[in-house]
Design a protein around this ligand. Structure first.
Ligand code: SAM
Ligand code: MG
Length: 215
């Protein structure tokens, strides 16, 4: 039977990466996706911007929307200090199963809480279920029409506080016009575009970093 792309990505990790070495997992996935099969990971070029934002924020609690194979989860988790963690949401059970193995292979399972389900269903339960006060960093990388409604939902649920940083991927390609218009025009956010390229291509894409300033 034919394997899926995520299964082939996992195979590449198992063949090329060292157990317990997150950087080798990242390198194996980037190599596979650049030379064999394109996949929707944030990738190495935008990934280094993601790394610098994680380092700058130095978050204790991170929320990631859209796990896919766990590539960006591993990128984020490897930079977290002891005691910090990333909660990552994925509604496709087949992708979640692959991501669990990729995260395990990286040795980062203690820093990652992978939640299987839809963002709109889970966000209202975050405080109760995980005991989080608010997130220091939110990485938005799920379906693009969900960026804006989920941001408003996070605000309503009190999960965004003064200083919370939203980092949104693919704001140009495929694009998130309603979200960009919101964060760029709201007096409650200080928003900045980081120009880059769509993962593993030369097409323009970028990340939007928006700092919540409080009400
Ligand atoms: N962040 C990943 C990375 O860079 O390695 C890539 C994530 S991929 C672009 C988007 C993922 O979000 C898909 O796996 C999709 O199944 C998932 N997704 C889309 N909408 C979602 C939602 N509302 N709730 C949870 N997961 C969602
Ligand atoms: Mg993306």
């Amino acid at each position: 039977t034919r394997t899926s792309r995520p299964q082939r990505i996992l195979k590449a990790v198992q063949r090329k990466a060292t157990v317990g070495d997150p950087q080798s997992v990242i390198t194996a996935i980037d190599h596979f996706c650049r030379h064999r099969e394109w996949a929707m990971n944030v990738g190495d070029e935008k990934g280094s911007i993601l790394d610098s934002v994680v380092n700058e924020v130095s978050p204790v609690t991170v929320l990631e929307l859209g796990t896919y194979c766990g590539y960006s989860t591993v990128r984020i988790a490897r930079l977290l200090p002891p005691g910090a963690c990333v909660i990552t949401l994925e509604f496709n059970p087949d992708y979640a199963a692959i991501a669990r193995q990729v995260i395990k292979w990286s040795g980062l399972e203690d820093k990652v809480q992978l939640v299987e389900g839809a963002s709109g269903d889970w966000i209202p339960w975050m405080k109760e279920h995980f005991g989080v006060q608010a997130f220091d960093l939110v990485f938005l990388d799920h379906w693009k029409e969900r960026y804006l409604p989920d941001t408003k939902l996070l605000e309503e649920c009190g999960l965004i506080q003064k200083g919370t940083v939203l980092l949104a991927d693919n704001v140009i390609c495929p694009g998130t016009p309603d979200y960009l218009e919101y964060v760029r025009n709201s007096p409650h956010y200080n928003s900045q575009y980081y120009r880059s390229h769509l993962e593993y291509t030369k097409a323009e894409d970028g990340l939007e970093k928006s700092v919540f300033l409080g009400y």
